[in-house]
Write a protein that binds this ligand. Structure first.
Ligand code: ADP
Ligand code: ZN
Ligand code: ZN
Length: 733
C-alpha cells in the first residue's frame, strides 16, 4: 500500500494521508487533489511511504496527482517545514498560502498559453484604427494604441505599468478584432542603453569582496549611506552570477519600489528574463512568473516578501534591499520575516546573501559587529559632487508657526522655489487633521470600533478611522453639547497641502499619500511627473521616503516627527531614526547640495543629535547599550502571545490560563513570561486585545519552550469568540 502525506490548507498542524497506488518518491513536491470531508482540496505531497497511523479502512484514495506541473523542489519543502516549526504555524497553511492562487485550486491544469509569455499585436484592422484619430479624451486608448504602433507589441509587463484599465481595454480591442495575442519571442529590451557608471573605490571594494566567494554561505551587511550607490553594487554582483546561469532573487520592502528597480535591472540585463512577483499582479501573471522562476528560465526574480517562497532551481544570490524595513515581516497569518528566511535560504543553498541599508536594523548591525555577518561600508555618496545634506532642527518651543509651517521652513521653501529646485514636505499623517475637537466641552471624535481617533478628511467631507477604515460624515455640531464650533486639531497631509497652496499660489504642489495614490493616476505617472521636474513642492507620507531617487530635490522639511519619541514600543525610536535618515537622504542626491529642516520640540534628544550628525554608528551604539541594559533584542529573543475577544476580561483571562499551564514545567529557567496586559491599541475593529510577552536568553531555548507551550495552549478551551495567536520575533509590541 502506498500512502502519500499531503499538506492541505487546513488550520491543523499535520499532514493528511491518502492512498495513492501509483505514487512513488518522485511525486514528493507534486500537487495532489484529494477529497476532504465533503470538499475537494489541492495539496502538496510532502512525503510518500507505505504506512499510515490511520487504520487502513479509514484512508481515502487520492483523486489525482498532477504530473504536468513540475514538483516543488526539496529545498523549498524544507523551507516550509522550517517555517512551520519556527513560527508554530500549521504546515499545510504555510505551504498552500505561499503558492499562486490558481495552484491552490483543485484540478488545476496549466493553460498552454501560460507557459509562454504572451504579447499583444495589432491586426491590419487595428493598424488602420490606430493610425486614424481616436478622440483625445480617450487617453488610455490612445496610449495603448500608440505603444502598439511604436513598439510593435505589448506584454503584460508593459501594460500593467501603464494603467489599471489597460487589461480591460486590451480585451475590448481583441473583441473588436484590432489586436491578437501571440506567444512572445524571447524578450529583448527596447530600452536605449544608459552608460554604466565606473564604480567608486568603496563600491569596487564591496563588489570584489562579495564576488570573491559566491560558492558558499556568507551573509553580507551592506551598510551604505543614502545615495552611496548600493543599487550599482547589486547590479555588479548580479552580472557574473547570471553569466553562470544562476538566478538572483531580489527582495524590496514595497510594491511601489518594484517598478523602479525593475527598470534599472532590465536596462542593465536586457537579455535576461526578469520576473517580478508582488501583490499587484493578477493570478495568471503571478503564476507565470512563478513557473518561469521554478523552471530556471527567469534569471532575475524581483519581489516583495512573499517572493521568498518562490521555487528557484538555480539560486545563486539573494539581495534584500532596505533590510531594516518592517514590511519584510508579515503582520497576519503566518507572521514570518522574509529577511530572516532569506538568510535561512542562503545558508541552505550555500550562497551569499546581501542585506543592504543606510540604517541597518540593530539586529543585523549587532550580528555584523560581532562577526556573524560580514560588514561592508560605504561612507560617501556615489555621484561625485553629491554630498550629504545639512540637517538642522528647528526648535518649535521658541519658533512660531502658521498652519504647522514654521518661518524658517517657509523661507527655505521660497528660496528653493526661486531657484527652481524641488522640495519635499514630509508629514507622516494622511488626512486633513488627526483630531476633531469641540472647543466648548472638549469632546473628541473617536472610532466606535477601535481605541482610536477619527481623522478628518476634509476633501471627502468625512471622518475616517485609519485602523478599521470606518467612515462617517463630518459632524457639523458637537454631539455632546451641541456647540457648532468644531475644531480640526493638528495637521495631516491635506491640511499642509492647503496651507502650501495658500502660501505659494504660483507653485505646482503634489500630494502623495495612500489617499491620493488610490485615485486615477498611477504611482508611476506621479513619479514621472516628479522626474520631469513638473512638481515644485511634494507633500507626502513615508510612501515618498523610501528608496526614491529624485535628482532635483534639494530641500526636505520634516513636520511632526516627535510623536514616536516617547513611545512604549522599544523599537519605535529605531524606526523613527531610520525613517528620518531615509527621508533626509532624498535631498541633494545629485549635483545640488541638500538641506533638511526638522521641526521638533526636543532638539536635544539624542536621536536628533545623531541625526544632524548623520551618524548611524553612534546612534546604533547608544541604542544597543540601552537594549542590552533592558534585556531587549538583539540581546534577547521575543515572542508574543496575543488574544482578542469582544470582552477584554476574556482575552486577559485566556492569557492568564496560558501562563498557568506553562509553569507546570519548571525546567525553563531561561524563559521569562511577562504579565498579560491590554494591547496598545486595545480595541480594534470591535474586539478587545491583550498580549503577553515572552522573553528568552537564546533562540534555541525560546523554540524549545514555545513548541511545548503552543501545544498546551491549543488544548485550552476558547469561549466567547476568543481568538489567539503566537508571534515569534514580533517587531511591534
Ligand atoms: P542608494 O541606494 O545607496 O541610496 P542609489 O543606488 O540610488 O543609492 O544611487 C544613488 C545615485 O548614484 C544614483 O543616481 C546612481 O545612478 C548614482 N551612482 C551609483 N553609482 C555611481 C557611480 N559609481 N558613479 C556615478 N554615479 C553613481
Ligand atoms: Zn461639545
Ligand atoms: Zn476604527
Amino acid at each position: 500500500m502506498t500512502v502519500i502525506h499531503v499538506a492541505l490548507d487546513v488550520p491543523i498542524n499535520q499532514l493528511f494521508d491518502y492512498v495513492a497506488p501509483d505514487a512513488d518518491s518522485a511525486d514528493i513536491g507534486r500537487y495532489a487533489y484529494v477529497p476532504f470531508g465533503n470538499r475537494k482540496l489541492a495539496g502538496i505531497i510532502l512525503s510518500v511511504s507505505n504506512s499510515s497511523l490511520l487504520p487502513k479502512h479509514k484512508l481515502k484514495i487520492v483523486d489525482q496527482i498532477n504530473r504536468e506541473i513540475p514538483p516543488l523542489p526539496q529545498s523549498l519543502l524544507e523551507l516550509f517545514r522550517f517555517c512551520s516549526r519556527y513560527y508554530h504555524y500549521p504546515i499545510g497553511q504555510v505551504v498552500m498560502n505561499s503558492l499562486p492562487s490558481p495552484l491552490r485550486r483543485p484540478k488545476y491544469t496549466i493553460n498552454k498559453q501560460l507557459t509562454q509569455t504572451q504579447e499583444w499585436k495589432l491586426t491590419e484592422t487595428g493598424k488602420a484604427i490606430a493610425l486614424s484619430d481616436i478622440p483625445a479624451k480617450s487617453k488610455a486608448k490612445r496610449q495603448i494604441l500608440s505603444q502598439l504602433l511604436e513598439k510593435g507589441s505589448i506584454t503584460a509587463q508593459t501594460y500593467t505599468a501603464m494603467s489599471p484599465y489597460c487589461r480591460k481595454l486590451l480585451y475590448e480591442f481583441k473583441h473588436l478584432g484590432w489586436i491578437q495575442q501571440h506567444a512572445a519571442l524571447p524578450q529583448k529590451s527596447t530600452f536605449s542603453m544608459t552608460p554604466i557608471p565606473e564604480p567608486t573605490v568603496e563600491q569596487t571594494q564591496a563588489i570584489t569582496e562579495i564576488l570573491a566567494r559566491t560558492d558558499t554561505f556568507i551573509p553580507w551587511l551592506l551598510h551604505g549611506i543614502t545615495g552611496s550607490g548600493k543599487t550599482e553594487i547589486y547590479l555588479r554582483v548580479t552580472a557574473p552570477l547570471l553569466a553562470q546561469q544562476k538566478q538572483v532573487l531580489i527582495l524590496v520592502p514595497e510594491i511601489n519600489l518594484t517598478p523602479q528597480l525593475e527598470t534599472i535591472f532590465r536596462k542593465r540585463f536586457p537579455d535576461t528574463t526578469l520576473v517580478s512577483l508582488h501583490s499587484g499582479l493578477n493570478d495568471s501573471e503571478r503564476l507565470q512568473g512563478w513557473l518561469q522562476a521554478q523552471r530556471g528560465e527567469a534569471g532575475i526574480i524581483l519581489g516583495t516578501r512573499l517572493a521568498i517562497f518562490t521555487p528557484l532551481s538555480q539560486l545563486g544570490l539573494i539581495i534584500i534591499d532596505e533590510e531594516h524595513d518592517h514590511s519584510f515581516k508579515q503582520q497576519e497569518g503566518l507572521r514570518y520575516s522574509a529577511r530572516d528566511l532569506a538568510v535561512y535560504r542562503a545558508r541552505q543553498a550555500n550562497i551569499p546573501v546581501v542585506l543592504g541599508s543606510a540604517t541597518p536594523s540593530l539586529e543585523s548591525y549587532h550580528l555584523a559587529r560581532t562577526g556573524r555577518y560580514r560588514l561592508l561600508q560605504l561612507h560617501t555618496r556615489a555621484v561625485k559632487q553629491a554630498t550629504l545634506p545639512a540637517i538642522r532642527c528647528i526648535d518649535m518651543r521658541i519658533t512660531s508657526a502658521q498652519e504647522g509651517l514654521s518661518e524658517p521652513i517657509l523661507v527655505a521653501l521660497k528660496q528653493s522655489l526661486s531657484q527652481k529646485q524641488q522640495s519635499l514636505v514630509f508629514i507622516n499623517r494622511r488626512g486633513y487633521s488627526p483630531v476633531l475637537l469641540c472647543k466648548s466641552c472638549h469632546w473628541i471624535a473617536t472610532c466606535q470600533r477601535c481605541s482610536s481617533r477619527m481623522v478628518v478628511h476634509l476633501h471627502e467631507k468625512q471622518l475616517r478611522c485609519h485602523y478599521c477604515g470606518d467612515q462617517q460624515p463630518i459632524v457639523s455640531s458637537c454631539p455632546q453639547c451641541g456647540d457648532p464650533d468644531m475644531l480640526p486639531f493638528g495637521h495631516g497631509t491635506q491640511r499642509i497641502e492647503s496651507a502650501l497652496i495658500k502660501q505659494f499660489p504660483e507653485a505646482s504642489i503634489l500630494r502623495i499619500d495612500r489617499d491620493s495614490i488610490r485615485k486615477k493616476t498611477t504611482w508611476q505617472t506621479m513619479l514621472d511627473t516628479i522626474h520631469r521636474g513638473e512638481v515644485d513642492i511634494l507633500v507626502g507620507t513615508q510612501l515618498l521616503a523610501k528608496g526614491h531617487d529624485f535628482p532635483n530635490l534639494a530641500l526636505v522639511c520634516v513636520l511632526n516627527a516627535d510623536s514616536s519619541l516617547y513611545s512604549t514600543d522599544f523599537r519605535a525610536e529605531e524606526h523613527l531614526f531610520a525613517q528620518l535618515m531615509q527621508v533626509a537622504g532624498r535631498a541633494g542626491r545629485a549635483h545640488i547640495p541638500g538641506t533638511v529642516l526638522i521641526q521638533t520640540e526636543f532638539p536635544q534628544h539624542p536621536l536628533y543629535q545623531s541625526l544632524t550628525q548623520q551618524d548611524y554608528a553612534s546612534y546604533a551604539q547608544i541604542q544597543l547599550k540601552e537594549r542590552k541594559l533592558a534585556g531587549f533584542p538583539p540581546f534577547s529573543y521575543l515572542a508574543m502571545l496575543r488574544a482578542e475577544a469582544p470582552k477584554l476580561t476574556d482575552a486577559l483571562e485566556f492569557l492568564h490560563q496560558s501562563i498557568e499551564i506553562a509553569t507546570i514545567s519548571k525546567e525553563y529557567t531561561h524563559i521569562q513570561l511577562f504579565d498579560p496586559v491590554p494591547a496598545y491599541m486595545t480595541r480594534l475593529k470591535g474586539l478587545e486585545r491583550a498580549q503577553l510577552l515572552i522573553q528568552a536568553t537564546s533562540r534555541k531555548y525560546l523554540q524549545i519552550f514555545l513548541s511545548d507551550w503552543h501545544q498546551r495552549i491549543s488544548t485550552l478551551p476558547t469561549r466567547n469568540k476568543l481568538r489567539w495567536h503566537l508571534e515569534v520575533d514580533p517587531l511591534t509590541l
